[in-house]
Ligand binder design. Structure first.
Ligand code: HEC
Ligand code: HEC
Length: 150
C-alpha cells in the first residue's frame, strides 16, 4: 500500500469513529452520586415501631406490587417451618376491614408451577416466606427518587 492511500484510509477511519469521547466524571458513575473512591456511610434509618393497625396504610404505587408491611416485625421473624406469625394474622377470610389484617389475596394460593389454573387450599410454598417479597416500612429516605407513575 502506498503512503497516500494509507493516510487517506486512516483519516476515513477517524471520521467513522466520530469525535473523541469526553471523559466521564467518576461522580456520575454510581447511584450514590459520590466519587467511586469514597466509601460513603449509608444514612441511618429506624425500623417501624408501630403495631399492626395503629398507623394509616402507606399509599400503594401499584396494585401489582407487593404492598409494604406497614407495621413492626417484632416477634414475626424469623419465619420458620413451624412458626409463621404473618399467616396467623393474615390468613383471614375477608372481606377486608379497616385496621384489621388484610386477607392474604387469592393469588398467593395458586401454585404457578404445578397447578397454575387452580386456587389451592393452602398458601403456595413459594409465598410462604412473606419477606422475600414484602419489605417492612422504615423512615429511610429514598436513595434516589423515582418519577415512575403507573
Ligand atoms: C398481630 C397480627 C399481625 C401480624 C403478626 C402481622 N400482621 Fe401484617 N397487618 C396486620 C394488620 C392489623 C394490618 C393493618 C391493616 C390496616 O391498617 O388496614 C396489617 C397490614 C399488613 C400489610 C399491608 C396490607 C395492605 O392492605 O396494604 C402487609 C403487606 C402485611 N401486613 C404483611 C405482614 C407480614 C409479611 C407479616 C409477617 C412478617 C405480618 N404482616 C404480620 C396484622 C398483622
Ligand atoms: C413471591 C412474592 C410474594 C410473597 C412470597 C408473598 N407475597 Fe403477598 N403479595 C405479593 C404481590 C405481588 C402482591 C400484590 C398483588 C396481589 O395481590 O397478588 C401481594 C399482596 C399481598 C397482600 C395485599 C392483599 C390485598 O388485598 O391488597 C397481602 C395482605 C399479602 N400479600 C400478604 C402476604 C403474606 C402474609 C405472605 C406470606 C405468607 C405473602 N404475602 C407472601 C407478593 C408476594
Amino acid at each position: 500500500m502506498n503512503r497516500t492511500v494509507l493516510l487517506l484510509s486512516l483519516s476515513a477511519l477517524q471520521l467513522l469513529a466520530g469525535p473523541p469521547a469526553k471523559p466521564v466524571s467518576d461522580k456520575s458513575l454510581g447511584l450514590s452520586r459520590t466519587s467511586v473512591f469514597d466509601t460513603p456511610a449509608p444514612p441511618l434509618f429506624t425500623d417501624e415501631a408501630s403495631g399492626p393497625g395503629e398507623k394509616a396504610l402507606p399509599k400503594r404505587i401499584n396494585q401489582e406490587y407487593p404492598p409494604v408491611i406497614p407495621h413492626s416485625l417484632v416477634d414475626c421473624i424469623p419465619i420458620t417451618r413451624s412458626s409463621n406469625l404473618c399467616m396467623d394474622c393474615h390468613a383471614v377470610p375477608g372481606p377486608k376491614k379497616k385496621g384489621e389484617p388484610t386477607p392474604i389475596p387469592a393469588s398467593h394460593f395458586v401454585d404457578l408451577r404445578r397447578a397454575p389454573e387452580a386456587k389451592g387450599a393452602q398458601v403456595a410454598g413459594t409465598r410462604y416466606v412473606c419477606l422475600s417479597c414484602h419489605v417492612p416500612r422504615t423512615d429511610a429516605p429514598p436513595a434516589i427518587g423515582s418519577t415512575y407513575r403507573p
